[in-house]
Write a protein that binds this ligand. Sequence first.
Ligand code: PMP
Length: 360
Amino acid sequence: AAPGVRRLSPYQPGKPLDALEREYGVRNAIKLASNENPLGPGPAAVAAARAALEGVGRYPDGAGFGLKRALAARLGVDAMQITLGNGSNDVLELVARAFLGPDTEVVYAAHAFAVYALVTQAAGARAVVVPARDWGHDLDAMRAAVGPRTRLVFIANPNNPTGTWLRAGDLEGFVRAVPENVLVVVDEAYFEYVDEPDYPDTVGWIAKYPNLITTRTFSKIHGLAGLRVGYGVSHPAVADLLNRVRQPFNVNSAAAAAAEAALRDEAHVARSRDMNRAGLRQLTEGTKKLGLPHIPSTANFVCIEVGQAAAVYEGLLREGVIVRPVANYGMPRHLRVTVGLPEENERFLKALDKVLGGSR
Ligand code: PMP
């Protein structure tokens, strides 16, 4: 194997529900572990995916014309600026494949989304991991870490797993300060959830900063994680390069049809956002009552400091609640909990109280 690949540790997904039933004999388990929308997709998206199945004898539209046109209209950009991906992870990988090589460096923050490390190493590039400040990206330190070999900077806004976010002024100051030959990827997988006045919509900045790439996804608020659709928005010249390394049919026809319908279903997005806002409050207030601190989050998940997280995680599994340990992110005292339905959040809080009961 290539040297970077040999050193890779694979991405660790959340424990699936059926595994919990098999391993622990727990029935009616709930999963708050993968930052999915607890409402799932809206009915229009599901109907569009079903209808698309009629045509699966043929290859999908390889250029993703319809979905790109719909996204371009929504975002106020040209369709030539969009790169479709099999999830936004695919777009992150395309960026690495198009721009990285053995003598290049990539800057990202400690506790940042795991896929940045994966795609950097797989491309044989060197990772420069910058220590966090208050669990979030330290943009001054990241700016200082950019050197002559730096080709890429990955920034998640908000970040997974910490839930921390960057304000428009700070992020734009960073993008302005970075040399033009360094690409800045701003990963906005949780964009639609954010409820903060100074939160930037970086798609609007691309005309000013041609080295900026914004990535977003249909996996989160649109509830289409299982179909795998994401996209990047960039300067057309960058999109052209990404499209050269893209597999010709990387977004399947059911996924593209569902994504187009989901984009039109603004009511489902609004419903999901409202439910998340209330659920995030339910989780943070509930854990505060248990005496547990959390990292302030503006996404659809929150990291709660539970102490010996591995033991608490195990205890929760026995109660039929799957959350996400984040020790692999250098956070052995936290658990990441995805906002669920109100009754699921309640069940998590009750289970957590019970599991911690013994140790308090
Ligand atoms: N970026 C971030 C910050 C994420 O948390 C995720 C999902 N875990 C992704 C990208 C990738 O999501 P997808 O490939 O489903 O679009």
